[in-house]
Ligand binder design. Structure first.
Ligand SMILES: NC(=O)c1ccc[n+]([C@@H]2O[C@H](COP(=O)([O-])OP(=O)(O)OC[C@H]3O[C@@H](n4cnc5c(N)ncnc54)[C@H](OP(=O)(O)O)[C@@H]3O)[C@@H](O)[C@H]2O)c1
Length: 251
């Protein structure tokens, strides 16, 4: 399979890292973009072919589109031909829009996150059935793949998966700040908070069960949860996810 990655930003690099460490044949991968220097640097680093995007022929290739969402139209004007499969990771750009701008036999939308760099992304994916195996094969190199049912669900997943690391970073920082407020040194509070996230990801129970197991009658956790609920932390979190989803529909 001939893979072509259009774009060489953070997500493109993360996918390249994943493919390389997953023992992908990097000689079958091309990196295309508009800046010769950047293409040269990255193609040397990953042992791929680097190509300028102008008049770039995507025919017969599996194209991973990893440019900024607003660049879709400009990129489409610079390339030619028909890809075998187009896998777009662009936030907010629907399958219909992709079909309008870039020719391909099959279309996939995927939403990874920055943990792709550590092969720890959970990537939400949707699109044409015939490209499912190809997309899963590539995207599983950067972590887990979760198939969702529609374009709209990718936008919903964007709020959780794409933006989620930023939301959790705010929560982690606040938890650590709370520890410092009570008297812990910053480095210890940070270390404990990081450990907390690691511990949490290891617990397979559903979320309500985790809370119920920790929250005992008249206990310390119950006191903290009462305070958080009084401040509307749950409603604020829900609102944050909903607002992010709505914004992704406007890109
Ligand atoms: N970052 C995340 O957490 C995340 C998560 C999920 C999905 N995404 C999606 O992934 C895509 C890339 O994000 P990123 O974080 O990798 O961004 P990034 O690091 O800023 O890289 C953006 C890439 O887009 C290229 N580009 C921008 N305008 C262009 C144009 N007019 N023509 C050709 N190339 C153009 C840039 O090339 P130049 O350097 O030449 O400008 C660069 O290669 C976005 O669509 C985003 O929605 C990002």
């Amino acid at each position: 399979m001939k893979i072509s990655i259009i774009g060489y930003g953070e997500m493109a690099k993360a996918i390249l890292y994943g493919m390389k460490s997953g023992k992908w044949n990097m000689e079958s991968v091309e990196i295309a973009g508009r800046n010769e220097e950047k293409i040269k640097k990255l193609s040397q680093e990953f042992g791929c072919k680097g190509i300028l995007i102008d008049d770039y022929d995507i025919t017969g290739k599996t194209v991973i589109l990893a440019v900024k969402p607003y660049a879709l139209q400009e990129v489409s004007m610079r390339i030619k031909g028909e890809a075998d499969t187009l896998i777009s990771i662009l936030a907010g750009k629907s399958l219909v829009e992709l079909q309008k701008y870039i020719k391909a036999k099959a279309y996939i939308r995927a939403m990874p996150n920055i943990a792709a760099k550590y092969q720890a992304s959970t990537t939400a994916v949707t699109g044409d059935e015939e490209a499912k195996d190809t997309a899963t094969e590539i995207l599983s190199k950067i972590g887990d793949v979760v198939w969702v049912n529609s374009d709209d669900e990718i936008d919903m997943a964007t709020a959780i998966i794409g933006s989620g690391p930023a939301f959790l970073a705010i929560i982690a920082e606040a938890i650590s700040d709370g520890g410092v407020y009570t008297g812990l040194k910053r480095d210890i509070a940070d270390k404990l908070t990081r450990g907390l996230f690691k511990s949490f990801s290891a617990i397979g129970d559903n979320f309500a069960d985790i809370k119920n197991k920790v929250m005992s009658p008249k206990g310390t956790t119950a006191e903290g949860i009462y305070e958080l609920e009084k401040e509307g932390v749950r409603g604020k979190m829900i609102k944050g996810i909903v607002t992010t989803y709505e914004k992704s529909k406007k890109i």
